[in-house]
Design a protein around this ligand. Sequence first.
Ligand SMILES: [Zn+2]
Length: 287
Amino acid sequence: MAGNVLELIKQGPLVLEGSMGWPLMDGGYKGANVSLCSATEPERVTAVHRAYREVGCELFQTNSFTGNRPLLRAAGAEDQCEAVWRGSVAAAREAIGDLPLAANLGPTGLILQPYGDTPAEECQEYFREQIAVQAEAGVDWVIIETMMSLEEMEAAILGAREAAPDLPLAATMSFDKAGRTQFGVTGAEAGERLEELGADIVGANCGLPEDALVGLGHMARATDRPLMVQLNAGKPELRDGKAVFPETPESYLEYVRRALELGVSIVGGCCGTTAEHMKLVVELVKG
Ligand SMILES: [Zn+2]
């Protein structure tokens, strides 16, 4: 099922793979930065993609969420940027062949002006350089996710568009209590702004599933762009010193059903989801 994701979603909802970071850490990856694994131990990354492919996921995204220059610099691995960007594409292709693969962009951890010190142009350049390399390495589309400020989202969209103007682009924000992001952005504001900025697909990911669904619902009423969601498997709890996500594959489906009622075109999984969760999501969406 190679092809343009914007064409493919016209046939009905598609299932995007679930969490990458969670299965990597659960599987014993010990590195300080999960995306660095794409350069240092790519076989671990390939194995996670393969598990999602085996349960029927149709769309995939590179293990590069924390692979932007500021976060790799903070992890003492700035010299690995290009290896992470190229390695994340190669590790996915090993498992999925020519199925649609998105370059994944996440927040830099920098606070943009006027709230912080970082000029928007500097942040935009960090996103541009990553997508330039990943586009050359052969991704089919771009996912920008877990953004909480519209300023950083704008920098990411502009940077990605500058590097790869022709690739379809999905932009999703992370909502908190009362359906606002930590920067106070509502779903309606996000929906309008993301459409203005030219995102092809908009949506919500991460946070508590309840909060994400509130933000997504408000967004759905503010834009007619196709919607995408990636829900966490609940709120992590500490059990015996280990983070555990409470939603079982079965209980998780209740949230997925509600997202489908909002008309989402793409359903993936975020923190705490595994191939077991996504197997049931595939059955629900495709059944
Ligand atoms: Zn998450």
